[in-house]
Design a protein around this ligand. Structure first.
Ligand SMILES: Cc1cc2nc3c(=O)[nH]c(=O)nc-3n(C[C@H](O)[C@H](O)[C@H](O)COP(=O)(O)OP(=O)(O)OC[C@H]3O[C@@H](n4cnc5c(N)ncnc54)[C@H](O)[C@@H]3O)c2cc1C
Ligand code: SF4
Length: 435
């Protein structure tokens, strides 16, 4: 159980959603086909944003609505890219550039949303090419050990500098935050770097006939490269999520045919009765055949709720260093429960694809090595308190995924981090800046 309640976080989720802004993603053919399959597979529509029971739903994204001139032949692609609004070009994961100015780019990453807003206050300075190598501290008679600033290295010149501060916020991510803690010589805490979770993901794809697609969608293609990465999902509290997903052609093909822990499908075909026809990597004529059907392929990304285990961790190497000190080492081994959840979600995904009419189903069996959603290496209640202030170092706050108590059940984690960071900034201001 998280040390703070979901209810406590709701106003901060709402604030983050309004700031980005978050709204329902525009739907492309892949979403339409997914909703058709999910319904046929017996899942009911979740009519609320507060998910407490299993079902499918369109999901909101931090992406501006499509450019209204998208289908207007008077505008070229180049012009559309300079205008406001999503172009549905499906390049989200590689980096969105559609928009007239940096702060109006369609996909609302931190760089184009919070950073321009912070700069507008006039109270923020950005120091590029600076890598923090040490959290500076002192002993205060009243407060005990407290943070007083940072030491940083200029990655271009190699010069070392120091900044002093009334409070320090560490947001270096789940790998670098524990590394920085350890390399700074901050007090030993048995949970620093421990309890790492990932949403051990998998990728299940279905290939459809032209005729079936025309009957369902009115067109003979799914075109997985059109539109935002994902606009629909099935959530199953206790297991995780599976979401319809499309990526740029290279990434999509890599995940579908070439990224697997199961070896080559031809050498190790699926067991009889398995809900997929192919499991693992595909090569040769079989690959050519599948790739010819690429435009009629729909894929689902599985995000399994991961168990929080002490042995999954980030530590630092005792010998190897880079220019910023001992390097981090990541150790992850999924538990039997995590594997079971992932398998069950893969079966549900295959069923949705099959009900939608897929004739061939491919389960990639993706390796754990691509750590997609890392969380909980500096857990609330263990390393930081409920205000996200370090329990052993006053005035040191943490505001990244690492403070999550666990893998939050499987949903994509960033909005929770942003909501929590919004709350942390309030707590910090109240504690050290007279509100
Ligand atoms: C392929 C992919 C797809 C994803 N898609 C989604 C999605 O659809 N939805 C979602 O919610 N999440 C998604 N995520 C996860 C999302 O990227 C993370 O949840 C989020 O970025 C984590 O934020 P963070 O602040 O913890 O860490 P980061 O975003 O990693 O930020 C840490 C920052 O600190 C900097 N840094 C590190 N060490 C130092 C140092 N010592 N000094 C100075 N700076 C330092 C790093 O350069 C980095 O900019 C995806 C991740 C991947 C890899
Ligand atoms: S589809 Fe993705 S990359 Fe393309 S404009 Fe929309 S948000 Fe940006």
């Amino acid at each position: 159980m998280w040390p703070i309640s979901y209810r406590e976080l709701i106003p901060y989720y709402e604030k983050a959603e309004a700031t980005l802004p978050v709204q329902f993603a525009p739907l492309a053919p892949k979403e339409e086909l997914f909703f058709y399959g999910a319904k046929k597979a017996g899942w009911s529509l979740i009519p609320t944003l507060d998910v407490v029971s299993p079902g499918y739903r369109p999901h909101p994204n931090a992406i501006l609505p499509p450019n209204p001139h998208l289908m207007d032949p008077n505008y070229s692609m180049d012009q559309l890219y300079e205008m406001e609004g999503c172009t549905m070009k499906g390049n989200c994961i590689n980096g969105c550039t559609a928009g007239p100015t940096v702060d109006r780019i369609a996909k609302r990453g931190t760089l184009v949303s919070y950073i321009p807003l912070a700069l507008k206050t006039g109270n923020v300075a950005i120091r590029p090419n600076s890598f923090t190598i040490k959290i500076l501290t002192e002993h205060d008679p009243k407060e005990g050990l407290r943070a007083t600033g940072v030491q940083f290295r200029d990655t271009w010149t190699g010069e070392i500098g120091e900044l002093s501060a009334k409070a320090v916020v560490m947001a270096a991510g789940c790998i670098e935050s524990p590394r920085l803690w350890i390399n700074s010589g901050l007090p030993h805490n048995a949970w620093v770097g421990r309890g790492l979770t990932i949403h051990y993901f998998d990728w299940v794809s279905g290939i459809f006939d032209e005729k079936d697609l025309t009957n369902i969608l009115g067109i003979p293609f799914v075109d997985p490269f059109v539109g935002a990465t994902s606009g629909g999902r099935v959530d199953i509290p206790g297991l995780g999520s599976t979401q319809v997903s499309g990526l740029s052609p290279g990434l999509h093909s890599f995940l579908t045919y070439g990224f697997s822990d199961a070896g080559y499908n031809a050498l190790n075909p699926p067991e009889p009765g398995a809900p997929w026809n192919i499991r693992g990597r595909v090569v040769g004529p079989e690959l050519k055949e599948l790739m010819m059907n690429y435009r009629r392929t729909m894929s689902m990304l599985i995000l399994a709720d991961d168990e929080t285990l002490y042995h999954n961790r980030v530590t630092v190497d005792p010998l190897l260093k880079d220019e910023h000190g001992p390097i981090p080492v990541v150790y992850y081994k999924p538990s039997a429960k995590t594997l079971q959840r992932r398998d069950q979600l893969a079966k549900y995904s295959a069923e949705i694809l099959q009900k939608a009419g897929a004739k061939t189903i491919i389960r990639s069996d993706s390796p754990a090595g691509w750590l997609l959603h890392i969380e909980s290496t500096m857990r609330m209640g263990h390393v930081v308190d409920t205000n996200c202030e370090a329990m052993q170092v006053k005035r040191l706050f943490i505001a990244d995924n690492s403070v999550h108590y666990n893998g939050i059940g499987g949903p994509n984690p960033t909005l929770t981090t942003q909501a929590l960071a919004t709350r942390t900034s309030e707590k910090l201001a109240e504690a050290y800046f007279s509100g």
